[in-house]
Write a protein that binds this ligand. Structure first.
Ligand code: NAD
Length: 497
């Protein structure tokens, strides 16, 4: 039996899902794969078929890049204020359709519906943030040099490629794409094959409100075909990839072969350093929320909990009790606190790490394992808490599930050493009532982002990005991101006597 049908779809969502297959959007037109192939997406919470989506190939990707290239001269020649009219209209249309888009996103990604609404809102807010920033950015600078008149201008690059993962589909589009558009570039977006729907909906909405054709193109398909063809396309002028380090290396190499500037936003294995002066229950609560948000499928999550040895037992106990109470359930059910993971493969990955971690000697303070949600055949797992040696596989590798690994530290230096003993470098946090100590530790942890007495906070204007195996090339969400989408050009002429 499957109880998903007791959560009715909005009529607009039902209509959207009924396309067979649902087409990509290229140059403002619906585009099916030339060879007619398609793939299926599933509701992770019920394992039911959700939609059939077109699986584009290399020649289709070439059409999309051509459409973006054709749209570039007109889009880039608009004044920033003229582009802003289009972009703000798009933000308004997204706001008006928020419940529809949130339902599509929740069904496609297995995301709690209220979390999906927040993700759509982040996309809207970021679109407005970069649009307004572009209105005020200085694009022409006079240089003070002796004997010459000299100046620089900032110019958009041209058509830009984007590849996104399945965990935050619409939110990551919001972080990544608006700065490119506001700066005057055109885009080709490839969403993940597990979660292609919100990107298609966005492109259709843009078309519906009169956004110029070819400025936003969305191509759906498999990573090894559509994704690889996009990453290797020689006519793209900039590239942005968000996903795993393994695929990030392939995309970086493909861009390198064309000398296309590329930014990579990759995985993580973040630490939370917890000192012995914290409010134990309050900190356990915050970290439990962090590791169960979107079932732990969050790149910057706190997955290694480094706890001062004096409070280890009490802290572990508080965390295990708090995690055990999490209500796992269907993502469309308002009573659920944690939904499914994205697919059967991801569930097997999480369960595999639990088994391997324990085989290597980790203690299970909370066992985790498959979760049964009566009436739903989706991909559910329970939160788990392991403890032990930081060399354990479950402490070293990105699991991407609701699994935290507890390790003790002796003193501040030991905590920093443990936090930095990783190939990743995305985001860590430090928890202490002593703000001077917390500041020292935050600055000593080697990563793109350090949070103090918080985890997973992303105010607009604060750069977010990773280093080492977590990425390179600039990050997102700050004024620098807008400037990444302008190239600099200098002009110089001998000064007239
Ligand atoms: P993934 O690397 O498997 O896939 C990401 C995208 O790459 C998908 O669209 C996929 O179709 C495409 N792809 C796959 N093979 C390709 C190829 N050969 N060439 C070009 N494209 C290809 O990642 P995932 O499993 O979808 O997402 C999870 C990963 O993403 C985790 O490692 C997570 O930490 C990371 N992530 C990072 C951030 C960040 O901001 N740093 C944000 C979200 C997710």
């Amino acid at each position: 039996m499957n109880a998903a049908s007791s959560f009715p779809l909005l009529p607009e969502v039902a209509e959207f899902l009924s396309g067979a297959p649902i087409a990509s959007v290229i140059g403002g037109r619906d585009a099916l794969a030339r060879d007619g192939t398609s793939f299926d997406t599933f509701d992770p919470g019920s394992a039911r078929h959700l939609a059939q989506v077109s699986a584009l190939g290399g020649a289709d990707i070439d059409d999309a890049v051509s459409a973006a290239a054709a749209a570039f001269p007109t889009w880039s020649a608009l004044a920033a204020s003229e582009r802003a009219v289009h972009l703000h209209r798009l933000a308004d249309a997204l706001e008006a359709r928020k419940p529809i888009l949130a339902q599509i996103e929740a069904l496609d990604a297995g995301k709690l519906v209220r979390a999906a609404e927040q993700d759509v809102q982040v996309c809207i807010d970021t679109l407005r943030y970069f649009t307004d920033m572009a209105l005020h950015a200085t694009r022409r600078t006079t240089l003070a040099v002796s004997g010459y008149d000299a100046w620089t201008t900032r110019e958009p690059w041209g058509p830009c490629g984007f590849i996104f993962p399945w965990n935050f589909p619409i939110l990551l589009i919001g972080w990544g794409v608006p700065p490119a558009l506001a700066a005057g570039n055109t885009v080709v977006i490839k969403p993940a094959e597990d979660t292609p729907l919100s990107a298609i909906y966005l492109a259709r909405l843009a078309r519906e409100i009169g956004f110029p054709d070819g400025v936003i193109n969305v191509v759906t398909g498999h990573g090894q075909t559509a994704g690889a063809a996009l990453a290797a396309h020689p006519r793209l002028k900039r590239f942005s990839f968000t996903g795993s380090p393994e695929v990030g290396r392939l995309v970086g190499a493909a861009c390198g072969a064309n000398l296309t500037p590329c930014k990579l936003e990759l995985g993580g294995k973040g630490a939370a350093v917890v000192f012995d002066d914290v409010d134990i229950d309050a900190t356990a609560e915050r970290l439990a929320i962090a590791i169960t948000t979107h079932a732990g499928q969050v790149c910057c999550d706190a997955t290694r909990w480094l706890v001062h040895e004096r409070i280890h037992d009490r802290f572990a106990d508080a965390c295990a009790k708090r995690l055990a109470k999490v209500r796992v359930g269907y993502q469309m059910d308002e009573a659920s606190q944690m939904g499914p993971v994205v697919n059967a493969r991801q569930r097997a990955r999480v369960l595999g790490y639990l088994a391997r971690g324990q085989a290597e000697g980790a203690r299970a303070l909370l066992a985790g394992g498959p979760a049964d949600v009566p009436g739903f055949d989706g991909f559910y797992v329970k939160p788990a808490l392991l403890a032990g040696d930081p060399a354990n596989v479950a402490s070293r590798e990105e699991i991407f599930g609701p699994v935290a690994f507890l390790t003790t530290f002796r003193d501040e230096a030991h905590a920093v050493e443990l936090a930095n003993a990783t190939d990743y470098g995305l985001a860590n946090s430090v928890w202490s009532a002593d703000l001077q100590r917390a500041t020292r530790v935050a600055e000593a942890m080697v990563a793109g982002n350090s949070w103090i007495n918080a985890h997973n906070v992303f105010p607009h204007g604060v750069p977010y990005g990773g280093i080492n195996s977590s990425g390179m090339g600039g990050g997102v969400n700050s004024p620098e991101t807008l400037f990444d989408y302008w190239r600099s050009q200098s002009m110089v002429r001998p000064r007239a006597i």
